[in-house]
Design a binder for this molecule. Structure first.
Ligand SMILES: Nc1ncnc2c1ncn2[C@@H]1O[C@H](COP(=O)(O)OP(=O)(O)OP(=O)(O)O)[C@@H](O)[C@H]1O
Ligand SMILES: [Mg+2]
Length: 224
């Protein structure tokens, strides 16, 4: 099977709290999976497990045939930088760096020479329609523009998997639609995508499958 991600019987406990109570989920290359569910149901925890930001209490996470649970901290950090792109609700841009440098930094961190990193960053900013703001600081951009920068940064190292945790959660509905269109376009050219959202309409538009979480478990899966 051509799975990019395989999550098998993953549990995650934080003290008494059971954040994930046994989740099994497989995501194929080129899929766009939306994760929905109430606050506290484990959506971000699942994304963090797949991103290698945290480790399961039990169960396995395998991405492109490599088992994250077996990786050292250093290997996990390399995996995060090279294979995963992350987009966050509140953008997580560096305020002291202009847009172009924010985007180029991801490539610098994996050893790409400065010129090459800047060229790729500029290409992405052009594709995402914000190249004219390349020298601006994040604080001077609108939310929608900041999220475009966030998406450009996430794509910098051509990740096997793009993870987006409520990428439209802090945006007005119009900018939210635009960011979703962007994610949809990326998926249509083959980018595998996992997206947490509270907006069912956006989920259905963008996703090939919608997975509903409740109490740390998958409650329902629907084809979109
Ligand atoms: N680092 C942590 N330490 C302790 N408890 C945590 C931690 N991360 C998550 N939890 C707990 O695990 C449960 C699942 O949290 P999670 O953030 O995955 O929910 P979510 O579905 O993303 O919610 P939201 O929609 O509000 O973002 C919650 O009860 C939360 O309090
Ligand atoms: Mg969350």
């Amino acid at each position: 099977m051509n799975a990019v991600v395989q999550v098998e019987a993953v549990r995650k406990e934080y003290g008494e709290t059971v954040a994930l109570a046994g989740v099994t989920l497989s995501i194929g290359a080129g899929e766009a999976v939306a994760i929905m569910g109430p606050s506290g149901s484990g959506k971000s925890t699942l994304l963090n497990m797949i991103a290698g930001l945290d480790r399961p209490s039990s169960g396995l996470v395998t991405v492109q045939g490599e088992e994250l649970t077996r990786m050292s901290e250093g290997a996990l950090a390399r995996y995060r930088r090279r294979r995963i792109g992350m987009v966050f609700q509140f953008f997580n841009l560096l305020d002291d760096l202009p847009v172009l440098e924010n985007v180029a930094l991801s490539a610098r961190l994996v050893g790409t020479p400065r010129r090459q990193a800047r060229t790729r960053a500029l290409e992405l900013l052009e594709e995402l329609g914000i190249a004219d703001r390349r020298d601006a600081y994040p604080a001077t951009l609108s939310g929608g523009q900041r999220q475009r920068v966030g998406v450009a940064r996430a794509l910098m190292n051509r990740p096997a998997l793009l993870l987006a945790d409520e990428p439209t959660g802090a945006l007005d509905s119009r900018s939210g639609e635009q960011v979703m269109d962007l994610l949809l376009d990326l998926n249509q050219i083959g980018q595998t995508l996992m997206l947490v959202t509270h907006d069912h309409r956006l989920a259905e538009r963008c996703a090939t499958r919608v997975v509903h979480f409740a109490d740390g478990r998958i409650a329902e899966m629907e084809a979109a």
